[in-house]
Design a protein around this ligand. Structure first.
Ligand code: GDP
Ligand code: ZN
Length: 461
């Protein structure tokens, strides 16, 4: 790769802008040693803290602090790296940067240190992305999952799958090379058995990656319910308790209202819809169409009902009617929320049974806040946040895309072998599926893809 033999030296302020106790200028590349020598007046021993003056070439004192030198390849980037830890003020750090650049370094692009680490095989793409995710993590769980990815939780799974794909392809190609035995090879059950197992594993990886995306990008939640059920009130109650910023991106009256709130650091994208009733009205029909596609995309749909209008003696019937009138009957990913618990007359169950029609059911009062904590816990459950930790990793849309393409190819290969014993077509599908999965780790990648990934990183990382 052309990028991997970069012989220029990059530098950036690695700490956040503004004032802080310590600020760090990081330098990576072939001139790191010479820059250290010039500024410190001596070449510090690698991996030892060196305390001393930072001087300009004219002998002007720029700052005083600690220098750390890492000799290639034992550094973050795999190159010679110098870290100058000075005082964390913008002016003093800029003076240091000016000197480092005068000594031959150039300002690093965002993510360029991580990009060099990737190109020098210090980490794969999922790990490089995990660094950005860790820095951006908005919750404890998101941080934990990013750390898991950084430790290789995602990469290991992908590499194991690719290895099995290669083994199976070798077996199939061997079968093709011995035509007189081909049919036996391909129909002896091993190929199909292995393929089925690969498809299952890929599906599992896809499901887990989808969870990882929710962790990173947030949960898409639709709140459906009749006017006055309390949709807006519930939204506000959920948002206020986290003092989150609520942004209204309201369209026309019949459009969908979208808001984003944070539930314990988890971004939750909420759309408020009136439901999916069939209608003669053309404008309303368009609204219904939008609501339908919103619901198809949702990670979860909350069906909000006004508890004061429900007959608790015939709860299942009442809810069934409600779902039918909202056009949601029989759908999956539904949760039932009975609102206005504060209005329920005494004698009525304050806490409804936890399940109804196979859906989880919660009772809440958006007004008093009763039951709100349970709803928040449920939202985190829907996002898979409760299962954070053990083996869970963060993932991105591009990973989902790659795994989905691999899965499609494997399923096509399964058809080839089941219907036509077409070994050559299967072998080609296996090869392409491995390429798709290799895009995730970066074993198979374009400069274009790398540029897109690393340019979204922060400066100095
Ligand atoms: P939406 O049309 O579904 O968004 O419903 P709103 O959130 O605008 O609420 C409709 C009405 O119900 C308002 O007057 C709210 O104050 C009231 N409301 C909402 N939630 C509750 C609740 O938990 N208890 C009571 N008593 N009133 C509520
Ligand atoms: Zn509303």
């Amino acid at each position: 790769n052309a990028l991997s033999h970069s012989n220029d030296t990059i530098a950036a302020i690695a700490t956040a802008p503004g004032r802080s106790g310590v600020g760090i200028v990081r330098v990576s590349g072939p001139k790191a040693n010479a820059i250290a020598q010039a500024i410190l007046g001596t070449l510090p021993k690698p991996r030892y803290a060196h305390f001393g003056d930072f001087n300009s070439r004219q002998g002007q004192l720029l700052d005083q602090g600690i220098a750390l030198l890492f000799a290639a390849p034992n550094s973050f980037t795999g190159e010679d790296v110098l870290e100058l830890q000075g005082h964390g003020g913008p002016v003093v750090l800029n003076r240091l940067m000016q000197e480092v650049m005068a000594l031959g370094a150039r300002i690093a692009r965002p993510g360029e240190f991580s990009e060099r680490a990737f190109l020098n095989d210090k980490m794969d793409l999922t790990q490089a992305e995990a660094i950005a995710d860790l820095i951006d993590a908005a919750s404890d769980c998101a941080a934990q999952n990013a750390l898991n990815t950084l430790q290789g939780a995602f990469k290991t799974r992908v590499e194991a799958l690719v290895e099995q794909l290669i083994q199976l392809r070798i077996y199939v190609e061997a079968a093709i090379d011995f035509p007189e035995e081909e049919i036996d090879f391909l129909t002896d059950g091993k190929v199909l058995g292995d393929l089925t197992s690969l498809i299952n594993q890929t599906e599992q990886l896809l499901a887990q990656a989808q969870q990882g995306v929710i962790m990173r990008d947030g949960l898409h939640l639709v709140i459906a319910g009749r006017p006055n059920a309390g949709k807006s009130s519930l939204l506000n109650a959920l948002a206020e308790r986290d003092s989150a910023i609520v942004t209204d991106i309201a369209g026309t009256t019949r459009d969908i209202l979208r808001e984003q709130i944070l539930v314990d650091g988890l971004p939750v994208h909420i759309s408020d819809t009136a439901g999916l009733r069939d209608t003669e009205d053309q404008v309303e029909a368009m609204g219904v169409e939008r609501a339908r596609s919103e619901i198809d995309k949702a990670g979860r749909v909350f069906v909000l009902m006004d508890g004061s209008h429900l007959d608790f003696n015939q709860l299942a019937q009442g809810i069934e009617q409600e779902l039918t009138s909202l056009g949601l009957a029989g759908r999956d990913k539904l949760s039932l929320i009975v609102n206005k618990a504060d209005l329920l007359p005494s004698g009525c169950p304050q806490t409804a049974p936890p399940q109804c029609l196979g859906y989880p059911l919660y009772t809440v009062s958006a007004k008093t806040g009763q039951g709100l904590e349970a709803i928040k816990t449920h939202i985190k459950q829907c996002a898979g946040l409760q299962s954070a930790g053990e083996g869970q990793f963060t993932a991105r849309a591009r990973h989902i895309d790659a795994i989905t393409r691999a899965l499609d190819l494997l399923q096509a290969g399964e058809t080839q072998i089941q219907d036509h014993q077409a070994g050559e077509l299967l072998a080609e599908d296996l090869r392409q599926a491995a390429d798709c999965l290799n895009e995730i780790t970066g074993k198979f990648s374009s400069d274009d893809l790398l540029g897109r990934i690393f340019s979204s990183f922060c400066i100095g990382k």
